[in-house]
Design a protein around this ligand. Structure first.
Ligand code: SF4
Length: 63
């Protein structure tokens, strides 16, 4: 399925209240996501039936 247009606030604000335990991600700050936006996609399937079949596409490893 085609990726939908990303909605950006334009204000440079962080996406509010996304708790994320992936502390090895570049965008993680104090177990919260600090990215201006994130994209979540299917993971290995075309139709997810549980959260394990979703993934954060915005993940970037810490340098
Ligand atoms: S970009 Fe994704 S993996 Fe990285 S901190 Fe945000 S929600 Fe977590």
């Amino acid at each position: 399925m085609e990726t939908e247009k990303l909605n950006q606030t334009g204000g440079g604000d962080s996406v509010p209240d996304i708790k994320c335990n992936v502390v090895e991600c570049h965008y993680n700050k104090n177990i919260m996501c600090n990215a201006p936006m994130i994209q979540v996609d299917h993971s290995g399937v075309s139709r997810s039936t549980n959260s394990e079949q979703t993934k954060c596409e915005t993940f970037k490893p810490k340098a």
